[in-house]
Design a protein around this ligand. Structure first.
Ligand code: KIV
Length: 264
């Protein structure tokens, strides 16, 4: 299968659905890439999902580079996107370009993702002007958790026109793709039809040009926590629990290792 590139993703607009999953490490990236996922997002969700942070706010540029390098080493075909963490791009356009450039150079990722709509217009434009491919992220933006007061569906009531304005702004600024998070299905459909760049939905219904999920949600690795938009395709927590308990029981009873796992 051909390597996925920024132009090939743009050409999928309105055609075959684009698949995106998160990964934060080398073995996961290898599995996702071999399975044929189009793009791998090293999300700043690494904070709450893998590093035990309460949310994405504490994640650093160094942590993003560290995890992304492992993912890139495990990826051949998929396009790897690195998330810009909170306050690594909001201070100034110069700061955004410096950090985005460093993140691409040191991690090997092929595009950056950042949160925000109209407010990020000039930042996105400046990054695209120096050949940094940008994926925008609007709707529920987890880095705005404190302003939003929780993870809530966006784009309802008065927010509808703001979200449409945000979508148009990031497209005009040169983003090549946009993530729509927790947006009502009909509004996500309208935005998808309105834009010439692909939309990637998470909690935004089936009419987006593609879908993204957090890998650990898809596989039931986060216990009972399951947002409404997640479809759990396996329950690996239970499988791991059973395997680990069998290991403990066999070690303590003396049945593992046996002769077949021993050297002679
Ligand atoms: O950080 C992340 O994993 C994300 C996706 C949920 C879109 O931004």
């Amino acid at each position: 299968m051909d390597k996925i590139t920024v132009p090939s993703l743009k050409s999928m607009k309105g055609g075959a659905k684009i698949t995106m999953l998160t990964a934060y490490d080398h073995p996961t990236a290898k599995i996702l890439d071999k399975a044929g996922v189009d793009t791998i997002l090293v999300g700043d969700s690494v904070g709450p999902v893998v590093l035990g942070y309460p949310n994405t706010i504490p994640v650093t540029v160094e942590e993003m580079i560290h995890h992304t390098r492992a993912v890139v080493r495990g990826t051949k075909r998929a396009l790897v996107i690195i998330d810009m963490p909170f306050m690594s791009y909001q201070e100034s356009i110069e700061q955004a370009k410096r950090n985005a450039g460093r993140m691409l150079k040191e991690s090997g990722a092929e595009a950056v993702k950042l949160e925000g709509g109209s407010a990020m217009r000039e930042t996105i434009r400046a990054m695209v002007d120096v050949d940094i491919p940008v994926v925008a992220h609007i709707g529920l933006t987890p880095q705005s958790i404190h302003r939003m007061g929780g993870y809530k569906v966006q784009g309802k009531g008065e927010d509808v026109s703001k979200l449409i304005e945000d979508a148009k702004a990031v497209e005009q600024a040169g983003a090549f793709m946009v993530v729509l998070e927790c947006v009502p299905r009909q509004l996500a459909k309208e935005i998808t039809e309105m834009l010439s760049i692909p939309t990637i939905g998470i909690g935004a219904g089936p009419d987006c040009d593609g879908q993204v999920l957090v890998f650990h949600d898809l596989l039931g690795l986060l216990g009972d926590f399951r947002p409404k938009f997640v479809k759990q395709y396996a329950n690996l927590s239970d499988i791991i629990d059973t395997a680990v308990k069998s290991y403990i029981s066999e070690v303590t009873s003396g049945t593992f290792p046996d002769d077949s796992q021993s050297f002679h």
